[in-house]
Design a protein around this ligand. Sequence first.
Ligand code: NDP
Ligand code: MG
Length: 417
Amino acid sequence: ISFTFCNYGTIFLSSICKLSIWNLIKRMIKMKKILILGSTGSIGTNALELIRNNRKQYQVVGISGNRNIELLKKQIEEFKLTSIYIGSEQDALNLKKEYSFLKEVYFGENGLAELSKNSDYDIILTAVSGAIGIDSTVEAIKREKRIALANKETMVSAGAYINKLLKEYPKAEIVPVDSEHSALFQSLQGFKKENVKKLIITASGGTFRGKDLAYLENVTVEQALKHPNWSMGKKITIDSSTLVNKGLEVIEAHELFNVDYDNIEVIVHPQSIVHSMVEYVDGSIIAQMGVANMKTPILYAFTYPEKEFNSSINFLDLIKTNNLTFEEPDRKTFKGIDLAYRAGKIGGTMPTVFNASNEVAVELFMKKKIKFLDIYRIIEEAMNSHQVLSLNTDNALNIIKEVDKETRKKVREQWEK
Ligand code: NDP
Ligand code: MG
Protein backbone atom coordinates (compact mmCIF):
# COMPACT_ATOMS: atom_id res chain seq x y z
CA ILE A 1 0.00 0.00 0.00
CA SER A 2 2.76 2.36 0.97
CA PHE A 3 4.57 1.59 -2.31
CA THR A 4 1.43 2.38 -4.29
CA PHE A 5 0.88 5.53 -2.28
CA CYS A 6 4.48 6.54 -2.82
CA ASN A 7 4.20 5.96 -6.51
CA TYR A 8 0.95 7.87 -6.79
CA GLY A 9 2.41 10.56 -4.56
CA THR A 10 5.43 10.95 -6.84
CA ILE A 11 3.27 10.97 -9.96
CA PHE A 12 0.98 13.49 -8.32
CA LEU A 13 3.83 15.75 -7.18
CA SER A 14 5.70 15.58 -10.46
CA SER A 15 2.45 16.35 -12.34
CA ILE A 16 1.94 19.42 -10.19
CA CYS A 17 5.53 20.35 -10.82
CA LYS A 18 5.22 19.83 -14.59
CA LEU A 19 1.93 21.66 -14.60
CA SER A 20 3.32 24.68 -12.82
CA ILE A 21 6.48 24.73 -14.95
CA TRP A 22 4.25 24.48 -18.01
CA ASN A 23 2.05 27.27 -16.68
CA LEU A 24 5.13 29.34 -15.98
CA ILE A 25 6.43 28.79 -19.51
CA LYS A 26 3.00 29.56 -20.96
CA ARG A 27 2.80 32.68 -18.87
CA MET A 28 6.27 33.78 -19.90
CA ILE A 29 5.45 33.26 -23.57
CA LYS A 30 2.23 35.25 -23.20
CA MET A 31 3.82 37.96 -21.10
CA LYS A 32 4.35 41.22 -22.90
CA LYS A 33 7.69 42.87 -22.38
CA ILE A 34 7.34 46.63 -22.13
CA LEU A 35 9.95 49.36 -22.44
CA ILE A 36 8.75 52.69 -21.03
CA LEU A 37 10.46 55.88 -22.16
CA GLY A 38 9.48 58.67 -19.80
CA SER A 39 8.58 56.39 -16.88
CA THR A 40 8.92 59.25 -14.38
CA GLY A 41 6.31 61.36 -16.18
CA SER A 42 2.53 61.49 -16.09
CA ILE A 43 1.95 58.90 -18.86
CA GLY A 44 4.85 56.77 -17.63
CA THR A 45 3.56 56.51 -14.07
CA ASN A 46 0.03 55.73 -15.31
CA ALA A 47 1.48 52.92 -17.44
CA LEU A 48 3.38 51.50 -14.47
CA GLU A 49 0.19 51.57 -12.42
CA LEU A 50 -1.57 49.47 -15.07
CA ILE A 51 1.34 47.01 -15.10
CA ARG A 52 1.48 46.87 -11.30
CA ASN A 53 -2.12 45.66 -11.43
CA ASN A 54 -1.44 42.92 -13.95
CA ARG A 55 2.01 41.54 -13.34
CA LYS A 56 1.04 38.18 -14.84
CA GLN A 57 0.53 39.76 -18.23
CA TYR A 58 3.25 42.41 -18.34
CA GLN A 59 6.92 42.69 -17.57
CA VAL A 60 8.68 46.05 -17.57
CA VAL A 61 12.09 45.54 -19.16
CA GLY A 62 13.40 49.08 -19.19
CA ILE A 63 12.57 52.62 -18.11
CA SER A 64 13.87 56.13 -18.58
CA GLY A 65 13.84 59.36 -16.65
CA ASN A 66 15.61 62.64 -17.16
CA ARG A 67 15.94 64.57 -13.91
CA ASN A 68 13.66 62.81 -11.44
CA ILE A 69 16.28 60.40 -10.17
CA GLU A 70 14.51 59.66 -6.88
CA LEU A 71 11.42 58.34 -8.63
CA LEU A 72 13.54 56.46 -11.14
CA LYS A 73 15.33 54.71 -8.26
CA LYS A 74 12.02 53.64 -6.72
CA GLN A 75 10.95 52.24 -10.09
CA ILE A 76 14.27 50.38 -10.55
CA GLU A 77 13.81 48.76 -7.14
CA GLU A 78 10.15 47.94 -7.50
CA PHE A 79 10.37 46.42 -10.98
CA LYS A 80 13.90 45.00 -10.50
CA LEU A 81 15.14 46.61 -13.68
CA THR A 82 18.48 46.09 -15.35
CA SER A 83 18.15 48.47 -18.36
CA ILE A 84 17.62 52.19 -17.85
CA TYR A 85 18.26 55.68 -19.21
CA ILE A 86 18.92 58.79 -17.14
CA GLY A 87 19.65 62.28 -18.49
CA SER A 88 23.08 63.07 -17.05
CA GLU A 89 26.31 61.09 -17.06
CA GLN A 90 26.91 61.80 -13.38
CA ASP A 91 23.51 60.39 -12.41
CA ALA A 92 24.21 57.36 -14.60
CA LEU A 93 27.52 56.73 -12.79
CA ASN A 94 25.90 57.12 -9.39
CA LEU A 95 23.13 54.69 -10.28
CA LYS A 96 25.63 52.11 -11.52
CA LYS A 97 27.51 52.37 -8.24
CA GLU A 98 24.36 52.11 -6.16
CA TYR A 99 22.77 49.24 -8.10
CA SER A 100 25.43 46.78 -9.17
CA PHE A 101 22.77 44.59 -10.84
CA LEU A 102 22.14 47.23 -13.54
CA LYS A 103 23.35 45.90 -16.90
CA GLU A 104 22.61 48.76 -19.28
CA VAL A 105 22.69 52.37 -18.08
CA TYR A 106 22.34 54.88 -20.89
CA PHE A 107 22.56 58.65 -20.70
CA GLY A 108 23.05 61.73 -22.88
CA GLU A 109 21.99 62.62 -26.38
CA ASN A 110 21.89 59.16 -27.99
CA GLY A 111 21.07 57.19 -24.87
CA LEU A 112 17.31 56.95 -25.37
CA ALA A 113 17.75 55.64 -28.91
CA GLU A 114 20.37 53.14 -27.67
CA LEU A 115 17.95 51.85 -25.05
CA SER A 116 15.30 51.44 -27.72
CA LYS A 117 17.79 49.76 -30.05
CA ASN A 118 19.26 47.28 -27.56
CA SER A 119 16.76 46.22 -24.94
CA ASP A 120 14.54 43.20 -25.29
CA TYR A 121 10.91 44.34 -25.56
CA ASP A 122 7.66 43.65 -27.45
CA ILE A 123 6.13 47.08 -26.94
CA ILE A 124 7.78 50.44 -26.46
CA LEU A 125 5.74 53.20 -24.82
CA THR A 126 7.16 56.52 -26.01
CA ALA A 127 6.17 58.92 -23.27
CA VAL A 128 9.00 61.42 -23.20
CA SER A 129 8.01 64.97 -23.81
CA GLY A 130 9.17 66.68 -27.02
CA ALA A 131 10.92 65.89 -30.30
CA ILE A 132 13.69 64.25 -28.25
CA GLY A 133 11.64 61.07 -28.78
CA ILE A 134 12.19 60.85 -32.56
CA ASP A 135 15.30 58.63 -32.62
CA SER A 136 13.99 56.06 -30.18
CA THR A 137 10.81 55.70 -32.26
CA VAL A 138 12.94 55.30 -35.38
CA GLU A 139 14.95 52.51 -33.73
CA ALA A 140 11.78 50.74 -32.60
CA ILE A 141 10.37 50.87 -36.14
CA LYS A 142 13.59 49.43 -37.54
CA ARG A 143 13.19 46.52 -35.13
CA GLU A 144 9.54 46.16 -36.25
CA LYS A 145 8.11 46.56 -32.77
CA ARG A 146 4.80 47.88 -31.57
CA ILE A 147 5.05 51.52 -30.61
CA ALA A 148 2.50 52.76 -28.09
CA LEU A 149 2.93 56.38 -29.12
CA ALA A 150 2.19 59.09 -26.58
CA ASN A 151 5.01 61.33 -27.77
CA LYS A 152 2.98 63.33 -30.32
CA GLU A 153 5.87 65.75 -31.03
CA THR A 154 7.64 62.92 -32.88
CA MET A 155 4.69 62.49 -35.24
CA VAL A 156 4.39 66.25 -35.77
CA SER A 157 8.05 67.01 -36.29
CA ALA A 158 8.99 63.90 -38.24
CA GLY A 159 5.67 62.35 -39.35
CA ALA A 160 6.54 62.32 -43.04
CA TYR A 161 9.77 60.44 -42.36
CA ILE A 162 8.18 58.05 -39.81
CA ASN A 163 5.48 57.11 -42.33
CA LYS A 164 8.08 56.40 -44.99
CA LEU A 165 10.00 54.23 -42.55
CA LEU A 166 6.84 52.33 -41.57
CA LYS A 167 6.47 51.30 -45.22
CA GLU A 168 10.02 49.93 -45.21
CA TYR A 169 9.38 47.97 -42.00
CA PRO A 170 5.81 46.76 -42.45
CA LYS A 171 5.66 44.67 -39.29
CA ALA A 172 6.27 47.73 -37.13
CA GLU A 173 3.05 49.32 -35.91
CA ILE A 174 2.07 52.50 -34.15
CA VAL A 175 -0.89 52.39 -31.81
CA PRO A 176 -1.68 55.90 -30.59
CA VAL A 177 -1.91 56.70 -26.90
CA ASP A 178 -3.01 60.34 -27.18
CA SER A 179 -6.64 60.06 -26.06
CA GLU A 180 -8.09 61.73 -29.18
CA HIS A 181 -6.08 59.53 -31.50
CA SER A 182 -6.85 56.41 -29.54
CA ALA A 183 -10.53 57.39 -29.92
CA LEU A 184 -10.11 57.94 -33.66
CA PHE A 185 -8.17 54.68 -34.01
CA GLN A 186 -10.95 52.80 -32.21
CA SER A 187 -13.71 54.56 -34.16
CA LEU A 188 -12.02 53.58 -37.42
CA GLN A 189 -11.95 49.84 -36.59
CA GLY A 190 -14.03 47.74 -38.93
CA PHE A 191 -14.81 50.48 -41.45
CA LYS A 192 -13.29 51.30 -44.81
CA LYS A 193 -11.00 54.29 -45.04
CA GLU A 194 -12.76 55.51 -48.22
CA ASN A 195 -16.04 55.69 -46.29
CA VAL A 196 -14.66 58.26 -43.85
CA LYS A 197 -16.05 61.76 -44.30
CA LYS A 198 -14.08 63.48 -41.58
CA LEU A 199 -12.23 63.09 -38.32
CA ILE A 200 -13.66 65.18 -35.47
CA ILE A 201 -11.14 65.92 -32.76
CA THR A 202 -12.57 67.12 -29.48
CA ALA A 203 -10.87 69.72 -27.31
CA SER A 204 -11.63 70.65 -23.71
CA GLY A 205 -10.96 74.29 -24.63
CA GLY A 206 -8.17 74.50 -22.06
CA THR A 207 -7.78 76.53 -18.90
CA PHE A 208 -8.65 79.82 -20.56
CA ARG A 209 -11.75 78.84 -22.54
CA GLY A 210 -13.99 81.87 -22.99
CA LYS A 211 -11.26 84.40 -22.18
CA ASP A 212 -10.23 87.20 -24.58
CA LEU A 213 -6.86 88.57 -25.72
CA ALA A 214 -6.89 91.36 -23.13
CA TYR A 215 -7.24 88.77 -20.37
CA LEU A 216 -4.59 86.47 -21.84
CA GLU A 217 -2.01 89.27 -22.08
CA ASN A 218 -1.04 88.93 -18.41
CA VAL A 219 -1.91 85.36 -17.45
CA THR A 220 0.69 83.58 -15.36
CA VAL A 221 2.38 80.19 -15.59
CA GLU A 222 0.53 79.08 -12.46
CA GLN A 223 -2.82 79.93 -14.05
CA ALA A 224 -1.92 78.19 -17.30
CA LEU A 225 -0.94 75.03 -15.43
CA LYS A 226 -4.43 74.53 -14.02
CA HIS A 227 -6.16 72.25 -16.49
CA PRO A 228 -9.89 71.81 -15.87
CA ASN A 229 -10.15 68.08 -16.75
CA TRP A 230 -6.81 66.36 -17.28
CA SER A 231 -3.84 65.83 -15.01
CA MET A 232 -0.77 65.87 -17.26
CA GLY A 233 2.88 66.93 -17.53
CA LYS A 234 3.66 70.65 -17.52
CA LYS A 235 4.56 71.08 -21.19
CA ILE A 236 1.35 69.52 -22.51
CA THR A 237 -0.71 71.44 -19.95
CA ILE A 238 0.67 74.74 -21.25
CA ASP A 239 0.07 73.49 -24.81
CA SER A 240 -3.55 72.81 -23.85
CA SER A 241 -3.97 76.35 -22.54
CA THR A 242 -2.76 77.85 -25.85
CA LEU A 243 -4.63 75.19 -27.89
CA VAL A 244 -1.29 74.48 -29.59
CA ASN A 245 -1.86 70.98 -28.21
CA LYS A 246 -4.96 70.71 -30.39
CA GLY A 247 -2.92 72.01 -33.31
CA LEU A 248 -0.26 69.36 -32.68
CA GLU A 249 -3.05 66.78 -32.54
CA VAL A 250 -4.45 67.88 -35.91
CA ILE A 251 -1.04 67.28 -37.51
CA GLU A 252 -0.64 64.04 -35.54
CA ALA A 253 -4.03 62.82 -36.83
CA HIS A 254 -3.13 63.74 -40.41
CA GLU A 255 0.12 61.76 -40.15
CA LEU A 256 -1.33 58.77 -38.31
CA PHE A 257 -4.49 58.30 -40.38
CA ASN A 258 -3.51 59.88 -43.70
CA VAL A 259 -6.60 62.11 -43.82
CA ASP A 260 -6.52 65.52 -45.58
CA TYR A 261 -6.43 68.58 -43.36
CA ASP A 262 -9.71 69.76 -44.90
CA ASN A 263 -11.34 66.63 -43.49
CA ILE A 264 -10.09 67.09 -39.94
CA GLU A 265 -12.25 69.26 -37.69
CA VAL A 266 -11.70 70.49 -34.15
CA ILE A 267 -14.67 71.07 -31.85
CA VAL A 268 -14.71 72.11 -28.23
CA HIS A 269 -16.31 69.65 -25.83
CA PRO A 270 -15.65 71.02 -22.32
CA GLN A 271 -16.63 67.82 -20.45
CA SER A 272 -13.88 65.70 -22.09
CA ILE A 273 -16.08 62.60 -22.17
CA VAL A 274 -16.24 62.08 -25.96
CA HIS A 275 -12.58 61.69 -26.79
CA SER A 276 -13.03 62.11 -30.56
CA MET A 277 -15.22 60.89 -33.41
CA VAL A 278 -15.23 59.74 -37.00
CA GLU A 279 -18.00 60.85 -39.32
CA TYR A 280 -18.80 58.49 -42.20
CA VAL A 281 -20.32 59.17 -45.61
CA ASP A 282 -23.69 57.71 -44.56
CA GLY A 283 -24.07 60.29 -41.80
CA SER A 284 -23.12 58.00 -38.89
CA ILE A 285 -20.76 59.36 -36.33
CA ILE A 286 -18.79 56.78 -34.36
CA ALA A 287 -17.42 58.13 -31.10
CA GLN A 288 -15.33 56.74 -28.28
CA MET A 289 -16.21 57.85 -24.76
CA GLY A 290 -14.85 57.32 -21.28
CA VAL A 291 -13.60 59.12 -18.22
CA ALA A 292 -10.84 61.69 -18.72
CA ASN A 293 -8.02 59.40 -17.69
CA MET A 294 -5.08 58.24 -19.79
CA LYS A 295 -5.09 54.68 -18.45
CA THR A 296 -7.66 53.42 -20.97
CA PRO A 297 -5.79 54.61 -24.08
CA ILE A 298 -2.45 53.41 -22.68
CA LEU A 299 -3.94 50.00 -21.93
CA TYR A 300 -5.52 49.73 -25.37
CA ALA A 301 -2.16 50.45 -27.01
CA PHE A 302 -0.81 47.46 -25.04
CA THR A 303 -3.72 45.11 -25.76
CA TYR A 304 -4.95 46.07 -29.26
CA PRO A 305 -6.78 44.36 -30.96
CA GLU A 306 -8.01 42.93 -27.66
CA LYS A 307 -9.69 44.82 -24.83
CA GLU A 308 -8.67 44.02 -21.30
CA PHE A 309 -9.88 44.73 -17.77
CA ASN A 310 -7.52 46.39 -15.33
CA SER A 311 -8.45 47.14 -11.73
CA SER A 312 -6.97 50.64 -11.91
CA ILE A 313 -9.35 51.75 -14.67
CA ASN A 314 -12.20 54.13 -13.82
CA PHE A 315 -15.56 53.55 -15.44
CA LEU A 316 -17.92 56.21 -16.74
CA ASP A 317 -21.24 56.72 -14.97
CA LEU A 318 -23.50 57.81 -17.83
CA ILE A 319 -26.39 58.82 -15.55
CA LYS A 320 -24.17 61.33 -13.78
CA THR A 321 -22.74 62.43 -17.14
CA ASN A 322 -25.50 64.69 -18.34
CA ASN A 323 -25.07 67.73 -20.56
CA LEU A 324 -22.51 66.77 -23.13
CA THR A 325 -21.98 69.99 -25.07
CA PHE A 326 -20.12 70.91 -28.23
CA GLU A 327 -19.08 74.32 -29.52
CA GLU A 328 -16.82 76.07 -32.04
CA PRO A 329 -13.29 76.79 -30.84
CA ASP A 330 -12.27 80.45 -30.60
CA ARG A 331 -9.59 80.24 -33.27
CA LYS A 332 -8.97 83.98 -33.41
CA THR A 333 -7.94 84.23 -29.77
CA PHE A 334 -6.29 80.85 -29.49
CA LYS A 335 -4.15 80.83 -32.61
CA GLY A 336 -2.57 77.46 -31.86
CA ILE A 337 -5.08 75.61 -34.05
CA ASP A 338 -4.81 77.77 -37.17
CA LEU A 339 -1.03 77.97 -37.00
CA ALA A 340 -0.94 74.18 -36.97
CA TYR A 341 -3.29 73.86 -39.96
CA ARG A 342 -1.09 76.33 -41.82
CA ALA A 343 2.10 74.43 -40.94
CA GLY A 344 0.52 71.09 -41.80
CA LYS A 345 -0.88 72.22 -45.14
CA ILE A 346 2.44 73.76 -46.16
CA GLY A 347 4.10 70.49 -45.18
CA GLY A 348 7.79 69.65 -45.69
CA THR A 349 9.77 71.01 -42.75
CA MET A 350 7.10 73.51 -41.62
CA PRO A 351 5.55 71.21 -38.98
CA THR A 352 9.07 70.68 -37.59
CA VAL A 353 9.39 74.46 -37.20
CA PHE A 354 5.92 74.73 -35.67
CA ASN A 355 6.83 72.11 -33.09
CA ALA A 356 10.39 73.24 -32.30
CA SER A 357 9.48 76.92 -31.91
CA ASN A 358 6.60 75.98 -29.64
CA GLU A 359 8.78 73.72 -27.47
CA VAL A 360 11.24 76.55 -26.83
CA ALA A 361 8.45 79.11 -26.37
CA VAL A 362 6.78 76.94 -23.72
CA GLU A 363 10.08 76.44 -21.93
CA LEU A 364 10.69 80.22 -21.92
CA PHE A 365 7.16 80.90 -20.71
CA MET A 366 7.60 78.41 -17.87
CA LYS A 367 10.85 80.14 -16.91
CA LYS A 368 8.85 83.40 -16.92
CA LYS A 369 11.05 84.92 -19.63
CA ILE A 370 8.19 85.63 -22.02
CA LYS A 371 4.47 86.35 -21.75
CA PHE A 372 1.70 83.94 -22.61
CA LEU A 373 0.79 85.53 -25.96
CA ASP A 374 4.47 85.62 -26.96
CA ILE A 375 4.15 81.87 -27.51
CA TYR A 376 2.02 82.58 -30.62
CA ARG A 377 4.34 85.40 -31.73
CA ILE A 378 7.36 83.10 -31.50
CA ILE A 379 5.71 80.33 -33.52
CA GLU A 380 4.42 82.76 -36.12
CA GLU A 381 7.79 84.48 -36.55
CA ALA A 382 9.61 81.16 -36.79
CA MET A 383 7.20 79.94 -39.46
CA ASN A 384 7.25 83.20 -41.40
CA SER A 385 11.03 83.23 -41.62
CA HIS A 386 11.41 79.57 -42.55
CA GLN A 387 12.36 78.48 -46.06
CA VAL A 388 10.49 75.18 -46.40
CA LEU A 389 12.50 72.13 -47.40
CA SER A 390 11.10 69.02 -49.00
CA LEU A 391 11.28 65.78 -47.07
CA ASN A 392 11.02 63.69 -50.22
CA THR A 393 14.60 62.59 -49.92
CA ASP A 394 16.65 59.83 -48.30
CA ASN A 395 18.20 62.51 -46.14
CA ALA A 396 14.86 63.50 -44.56
CA LEU A 397 15.74 62.64 -40.97
CA ASN A 398 18.92 64.72 -41.04
CA ILE A 399 17.03 67.63 -42.57
CA ILE A 400 14.40 67.43 -39.84
CA LYS A 401 17.05 67.38 -37.12
CA GLU A 402 18.93 70.28 -38.67
CA VAL A 403 15.77 72.41 -39.01
CA ASP A 404 14.70 71.51 -35.48
CA LYS A 405 18.11 72.57 -34.11
CA GLU A 406 18.28 75.74 -36.17
CA THR A 407 14.75 76.80 -35.17
CA ARG A 408 15.48 76.34 -31.46
CA LYS A 409 18.71 78.30 -31.78
CA LYS A 410 17.04 81.21 -33.57
CA VAL A 411 14.20 81.45 -31.05
CA ARG A 412 16.60 81.35 -28.12
CA GLU A 413 18.86 84.01 -29.65
CA GLN A 414 15.97 86.35 -30.08
CA TRP A 415 13.84 85.70 -27.00
CA GLU A 416 16.02 84.29 -24.22
CA LYS A 417 17.20 87.26 -22.23
P1 NDP B 1 5.77 64.64 -18.31
O1 NDP B 1 6.41 65.97 -18.34
O2 NDP B 1 4.92 64.30 -17.16
O3 NDP B 1 6.90 63.51 -18.43
C1 NDP B 1 7.88 63.58 -19.40
C2 NDP B 1 8.85 62.43 -19.27
O4 NDP B 1 9.90 62.62 -20.20
C3 NDP B 1 9.51 62.35 -17.88
O5 NDP B 1 9.83 61.02 -17.62
C4 NDP B 1 10.78 63.17 -18.07
O6 NDP B 1 11.82 62.85 -17.16
C5 NDP B 1 11.15 62.76 -19.49
N1 NDP B 1 11.93 63.76 -20.19
C6 NDP B 1 11.68 65.09 -20.27
N2 NDP B 1 12.64 65.70 -20.99
C7 NDP B 1 13.50 64.74 -21.37
C8 NDP B 1 14.72 64.75 -22.09
N3 NDP B 1 15.23 65.87 -22.60
N4 NDP B 1 15.36 63.58 -22.28
C9 NDP B 1 14.86 62.42 -21.79
N5 NDP B 1 13.71 62.35 -21.09
C10 NDP B 1 13.05 63.50 -20.87
O7 NDP B 1 5.00 64.48 -19.68
P2 NDP B 1 3.66 63.68 -19.99
O8 NDP B 1 3.75 62.31 -19.41
O9 NDP B 1 2.51 64.52 -19.67
O10 NDP B 1 3.75 63.59 -21.59
C11 NDP B 1 4.61 62.72 -22.25
C12 NDP B 1 4.28 62.70 -23.74
O11 NDP B 1 2.97 62.18 -23.88
C13 NDP B 1 4.26 64.08 -24.38
O12 NDP B 1 4.69 63.99 -25.69
C14 NDP B 1 2.80 64.48 -24.34
O13 NDP B 1 2.45 65.37 -25.37
C15 NDP B 1 2.14 63.13 -24.54
N6 NDP B 1 0.77 63.05 -24.02
C16 NDP B 1 0.57 63.18 -22.67
C17 NDP B 1 -0.70 63.13 -22.15
C18 NDP B 1 -0.94 63.20 -20.67
O14 NDP B 1 -2.07 63.01 -20.22
N7 NDP B 1 0.04 63.46 -19.85
C19 NDP B 1 -1.88 62.97 -23.01
C20 NDP B 1 -1.54 62.78 -24.40
C21 NDP B 1 -0.27 62.83 -24.87
P3 NDP B 1 11.95 63.54 -15.68
O15 NDP B 1 10.58 63.77 -15.19
O16 NDP B 1 12.69 62.47 -14.91
O17 NDP B 1 12.76 64.77 -15.84
MG1 MG C 1 -4.70 64.59 -26.46
